[in-house]
Design a protein around this ligand. Structure first.
Ligand SMILES: C[S@@+](CC[C@H](N)C(=O)[O-])C[C@H]1O[C@@H](n2cnc3c(N)ncnc32)[C@H](O)[C@@H]1O
Length: 263
């Protein structure tokens, strides 16, 4: 495992920053908690009580924290490449009695799977993250996950997934509903948004070193969502060797895509 560095950020109240992170993310996704809960419902039905899950692009570990609280015999690996969010997760959540391991991993690096330190997991879960990948990158990551998830194991991706290009009315509904929900959260109710959250953290002097490292790691990356469509994702998961692939939960274009590897 590659342990994330603390970056000289001692003294930061990471618990408060994690609470603000969750509020900010919930501003974008009013049913974020329901989406997490559905993913855990799936794990409860399809996996034995003891299992190992990978929280892919975990950020500060919101999913891992909830999963480990709800499923007491599970273990989690939280992997991300953002040094700020890794430090926050470690500071706020810790290792949950040695049940949670943090890994510094860049999905675009060749060796990220090898660096996890295990050959198989029972489940891979990811939320609000894989939209950063281009179609080519997503296909490669899904193929890697097709090998990493053990036979009978599951992968779930919770994210906005664009409707196919010919579904113009569906796309219009998704765009307008998303815009209305964001206006309600950020303009009417004054919830802190993504930019505001990062700007506020930048005013913490003790976070300067971590933020500089983050800047180095993410520089040159396009900030726009790429957001491969739902149909593309289903096809890519089938190609990657998952036998059953479909939506298990949906609110407009926000879905949990479930993929099960043949036993
Ligand atoms: C919007 S955040 C979501 C975090 C968390 N899953 C959640 O739901 O709160 C997206 C995450 O994807 C991570 N990410 C983006 N590109 C990545 C990459 N190439 N490798 C690893 N993590 C990446 C970011 O660092 C960030 O933590």
């Amino acid at each position: 495992m590659v342990a994330p560095a603390s970056g000289g950020a001692a003294g930061i109240d990471w618990t408060t920053w994690l609470r603000r992170w969750d509020e900010q993310q919930t501003g974008y996704l009013p049913d974020r908690e329901v989406r997490f809960a559905v993913m855990f419902d799936v794990l409860e039905v399809l996996l034995p009580a003891e299992f190992v899950a990978l929280d892919l692009c975990a950020g500060p570990g919101s999913l891992s924290q909830r999963l480990l609280a709800r499923l007491p015999n599970a273990q989690c690996i939280a992997a991300d490449k953002d040094p700020v969010l890794l430090a926050m997760g470690q500071g706020a959540i810790g290792d949950v009695g040695a049940r949670l391991r943090w890994v510094d991993a860049d999905l675009l690096a060749e060796d990220w799977v090898a660096n996890l330190g295990l050959t198989h997991v029972d489940a891979v879960l990811s939320t609000t993250a894989l939209h950063w990948l281009s179609p080519d990158q997503l296909v490669r990551v899904y193929c890697q996950l097709g090998q990493l998830v053990r036979p009978g194991g599951v992968l779930m991706n919770g994210d906005h997934m664009r409707f196919a290009p010919h579904l113009g009315h569906f796309r219009k509904v998704a765009d307008e509903v998303k815009a209305a929900r964001r206006a309600d959260a950020f303009e009417r109710r004054g919830v802190e948004d993504w930019e505001g959250w990062w700007a506020a953290l930048a005013r913490e002097p003790a976070a300067a070193e971590l933020l500089a490292e983050r800047e180095r790691r993410f520089s040159g990356r396009a900030r726009d969502w790429i957001n491969p469509s739902y149909d593309f994702q289903v096809g890519a998961l089938r190609e990657a060797g998952f036998a059953e692939v479909d939506t298990i939960w949906q609110n407009v274009d926000n879905r949990v895509l479930l993929a099960v590897r043949a036993a």
